[in-house]
Design a protein around this ligand. Structure first.
Ligand code: TMP
Ligand code: ASP
Length: 237
């Protein structure tokens, strides 16, 4: 497999072509962004930590029957993935209230949500990822009803797998965002799963162990990501 020219650079990752038209190399950079790109910083080791973290989680999900684009880690900061036709809708599940939910509804952070909530957001930084729903997604042709149903089913399945995984390591999976794409007729999990796109709290102390450390200027961002990984059994270099 040969890495070729860059196809696209996002806020934290870049995508490169390979000699196989069906496979891309995903490069995890040290760039860290929040508030739709308004706050940006380089955090040493972040690319490596998130790449290895993502690889570990994607393998767990794949083993549990969630189809993912992940094919394998290539280096500290690179992974091989399947090419997907990405759906521009972000799927968010929340087990505990935090973030935009609290701002929108005026509810207090830390409320247990039973059953967990499910929300859709349009992936569009310029519009600040507005909340949408299935009706809008179908009418604007972002995805059809069957695809949306499958995305919801898989997003909840991820919750079953990861809530337990984090719980057994002394952590609470508060919420997370997933992105899906099409591979032929199949809906497949794309993008990444790392502390950048979810909220994780220590079960006992409720210490924030995710990108809220960066958003809120709490410090020790990557050290804490590494602690999350170590508790799950990931070996960082
Ligand atoms: P929110 O509280 O800002 O709506 O985000 C809910 C969860 O989804 C949180 O863990 C962050 C993640 N998320 C992203 O990583 N990127 C996004 O664009 C959105 C909308 C959410
Ligand atoms: N992931 C989104 C961004 O980087 C939202 C956020 O983290 O605040 O803009």
């Amino acid at each position: 497999m040969e890495k070729r020219e860059e196809l696209y650079a996002g806020k934290a990752k870049s995508v490169f072509y390979t000699d196989d038209p069906e496979r891309f190399v995903l490069v995890f950079r040290d760039d860290t962004s929040a508030f739709d790109g308004e706050k940006k910083e380089q955090l040493n080791r972040k690319g490596m930590v998130n790449n290895l973290f993502n690889g570990f989680i994607m393998e767990k999900l794949e083993a549990a029957g969630v189809p993912t684009h992940f094919e394998g880690v290539l280096s500290d900061t690179e992974s091989l993935v399947k090419k997907l036709d990405m759906i521009p809708v972000e799927c968010v599940v929340r087990n505990v209230s935090a973030g935009s939910l609290c701002r929108r509804l005026g509810v207090e952070e830390g409320q247990e949500l039973t059953p967990p909530t499910y929300e859709l957001f349009l992936k569009d930084d310029a519009l600040h990822d507005p909340m949408v729903n299935e009706s809008l997604a179908v009418s604007f042709n972002w995805a059809n009803e069957a695809e949306l149903a499958r995305m919801k089913e898989l997003t909840y399945k991820v919750n079953d797998v990861l809530k337990t995984l984090f719980d057994e390591a002394g952590m609470l999976l508060v919420d997370y965002k997933l992105e899906f794409g099409r591979s032929g007729s199949e809906i497949v999990l794309g993008d990444e799963f790392s502390p950048d796109g979810c909220r994780i709290w220590d079960k006992e102390t409720r210490k924030k162990m995710d990108k809220d450390r960066f958003r809120q200027g709490l410090g020790d961002v990557i050290e804490t990501y590494e602690e999350v990984g170590r508790r799950l059994g990931i070996n960082f270099h």
